[in-house]
Ligand binder design. Structure first.
Ligand SMILES: Nc1ncnc2c1ncn2[C@@H]1O[C@H](COP(=O)(O)OP(=O)(O)O)[C@@H](O)[C@H]1O
Ligand SMILES: [Mg+2]
Length: 323
């Protein structure tokens, strides 16, 4: 894999506060990667360092083999960046703004009109060229943000929460636009919204508290193991906490949590299976053996949302709840 983005042991602290605490990952050519994590996880900080707008505390950051910290000007030529909250000059017209950006990026006078025309066309801004940015809807403002990002025809796009704050229709439009751009470009896109990743990305990186917690296709992250939702009524000697202990000891079971139930004289559990194991047969056998009446039993795959919650909530301690 030719790494378009290479990040190795990156750390970044603001004063004494660590925001990114040693993360490493590579992004290959053409990948559309979702950078997923709760607010404050360190997504924007990572992206600001990657785009050369912030200095790392330590670690290596390269785009197309160019060291961003040693050679930010050269590196920036290959990166289009849509910062968080998409800061724009409200009082400028779309075309004027793009011309200004082109000038700042050092595009020549001859190349500029063509570059603007291409970006405007690509981002569906044709009839907004002469409008003041301040008059545009949030969805169109994001298009302008994307247009400025692609103006100098970079291979890599770094998009920080590109759909946050948009209404549902605008979200779909911007998503589709990003998807279309993703057919030609390598994209790293941050979001704190899960479905965003499932819709747009072929790979998800989950970051929490400045640390990478998972890396894989959204589909594998969402099918990592299965859980069984179980409700039963204990009618034999094994009851109360004993049931929890019994379930935990069954083959194929990695973890058991008590869950609330409205069923009378019943206990409910969420049982996580080990890897590909299906502990249902062992469950049936144990239930017969120990006189446990199974009131309901349902096997589900773990959703990306559950994986996300599990990886990003530090207070979660699934194996210590009482029955
Ligand atoms: N300019 C800053 N000065 C001090 N702390 C900051 C600054 N920017 C971000 N932080 C802190 O760094 C952590 C990571 O923030 P950020 O990278 O913005 O996370 P995310 O984009 O995932 O929401 C947070 O704890 C945040 O409060
Ligand atoms: Mg952020």
């Amino acid at each position: 894999m030719d790494a378009m983005i290479h990040i190795e042991n990156l750390t970044k602290s603001y004063g004494a506060t660590p925001a990114v605490r040693g993360i490493s990952f590579d992004v290959g050519k053409g990948q559309v990667v979702g950078f997923l994590g709760p607010n404050g996880a360190g997504k924007s900080t990572t992206m600001r360092v990657l785009t050369g707008f912030l200095e790392a505390s330590s670690g290596v950051v390269q785009v197309k083999g160019i060291d961003v910290q040693k050679n930010p000007v050269e590196a920036k030529k290959h990166i289009g960046y849509l910062p968080e909250n998409n800061p724009l000059y409200e009082e400028m017209m779309v075309e004027e703004y793009l011309a200004y950006v082109a000038h700042m990026r050092g595009l020549s006078k001859e190349k500029t009109p063509k570059a603007i025309a291409a970006a405007v066309e690509r981002c569906g801004l044709g009839d907004k060229r002469g409008k003041d940015i301040g008059e545009l809807s949030k969805g169109y403002r994001q298009r302008v943000g994307l247009a400025q990002a692609i103006l100098h025809e970079p291979d890599i796009l770094v998009l920080d929460e590109p759909t946050t704050g948009l209404d549902p229709n605008q979200v779909i439009e911007i998503r589709n636009l990003i998807k279309a751009l993703g057919t030609e470009k390598t994209i790293l896109m941050s979001t704190h919204i899960l479905p965003e990743v499932q819709h747009t990305c072929s790979r998800a990186l989950i970051i929490s508290d400045g640390v990478l917690k998972a890396d894989g296709p959204p589909s594998t992250l969402s099918s990592e193991g299965t859980t069984i939702a179980l409700t039963l009524r204990a009618r034999g000697e094994v009851k109360g906490d004993g049931v929890l202990q019994l379930l935990r000891g069954l083959p194929g079971v990695s973890d058991v949590t008590s869950t609330p139930t409205t069923e009378r004289d019943a206990q409910a559990f969420t049982i996580s299976a080990k890897g590909d194991a299906d502990p249902r047969e062992a469950l049936f056998d144990a239930a017969v053996d120990k006189k446990l009446l199974l009131l309901s039993l349902e096997r589900r795959s773990v959703s990306l949302e559950e994986t996300f919650r599990k990886l990003t909530t530090s207070e979660a301690s699934p194996s210590t709840s009482k029955s």
